[in-house]
Design a protein around this ligand. Structure first.
Ligand SMILES: C[S@@+](CC[C@H](N)C(=O)[O-])C[C@H]1O[C@@H](n2cnc3c(N)ncnc32)[C@H](O)[C@@H]1O
Length: 277
């Protein structure tokens, strides 16, 4: 692993995470969690499951689609895809504790045969050429400095005519420095937020052409306005949520993120690329 990858994995490593998830489930009255019960904590990106479905619904996924989810975190998106479409999903992530907990959760919901999670880096994928029909990636590129290498790796493992669908936080039109800490990094050193054009250029160099792009600023602001209002009404976050993944500064990270979106420093963007045959 490279120094940045070590720092990123350290950023996402939190103590006793599975025990805290189990305690939160119990507080919510869940004894045996289903795929859906885990959604509040295992879709660690803007808009959670709603955003996952917003991107997936633009794709053609069937039971036979071979899918790679890059930066799979706890494996929530992989479980959702298998649960909903019956496809087989491979997930890779830099953070060993996320992969380990993801595997435990897969086994608990009887999806461990349909999902393979492993520790690996997006810029050095341990898969052969043309192994996948679809590659997905939710909120990972902000931790990857070398976008060209990322796209080259995705281009290599996709078959001709395959697609790469991503949802990342990108630079918006203000060049002002970002306010930290943020969910993906406490410091600017580990944050590599780039404009959409950087993604498109890196993709083109890898033989991937842009098929669709959607700017998700309004969705983000309304999602967080609702979430913050709900928290105010109930005096804090519900027991189970992505705050469990962000440590003591979870509230500050989310507030800074929303402020950066409001000030046009960053915005989440969906992109779908086609591998040119
Ligand atoms: C904000 S989380 C999103 C997790 C997951 N995609 C989700 O939406 O629930 C970012 C994830 O990307 C992973 N990550 C960051 N850089 C990576 C890299 N170079 N290769 C693989 N995973 C990476 C982190 O370990 C972390 O799990």
């Amino acid at each position: 692993m490279e120094p940045l990858e070590h720092r990123v994995a350290a950023h996402y490593t939190t103590q006793d995470l599975l025990a805290r998830i189990d305690e939160a489930l119990k507080k919510q009255g869940v004894e045996t969690a289903t795929v859906d019960d885990l959604k509040p904590v295992d879709e660690f990106h803007t808009g959670g499951l709603e955003a996952t479905d917003a991107l997936l619904s633009q794709l053609q996924i069937s039971a036979g689609t071979r899918i790679l989810d890059i930066g799979c975190g706890l494996g929530g998106t992989a479980r959702h895809i298998v649960h909903r479409y019956g496809a087989h999903v491979t997930g890779i992530d830099l953070t060993p504790v996320f992969v380990e907990i993801g595997q435990t959760l897969n086994a608990r919901v009887y999806l461990d045969k349909a999902i393979a999670l492993e520790v690996a880096s997006a810029v050095d994928l341990p898969m052969g050429e043309g192994s996948f029909d679809l590659v997905t990636m939710f909120h990972v590129g902000m931790n990857i400095a070398d976008k060209e290498r990322l796209f080259a790796e995705v281009g290599r493992v996709l078959r001709s005519g395959g697609q790469f669908a991503l949802f990342d936080v990108m630079r918006d039109d203000s060049a002002n420095p970002l306010v930290f800490p943020l969910p993906w990094s406490d410091v600017s050193e580990n944050s590599h937020v780039e404009p959409a054009a950087t993604y498109v250029d890196a993709a083109a160099a890898a033989g991937l052409s842009l098929n669709a792009q959607r700017y998700r600023r309004d969705f983000t602001l309304s999602f967080f306005a609702n979430a913050f209002a709900a928290m105010e009404r109930s005096g804090g976050p519900p027991p189970l949520g992505i705050h469990l993944l962000m440590g003591d500064t979870a509230g500050e990270k989310l507030k800074n993120y929303v402020a950066n979106v409001e000030e046009h420093r960053v915005a989440p963007v969906e992109m779908i690329f086609d591998k040119v045959a």
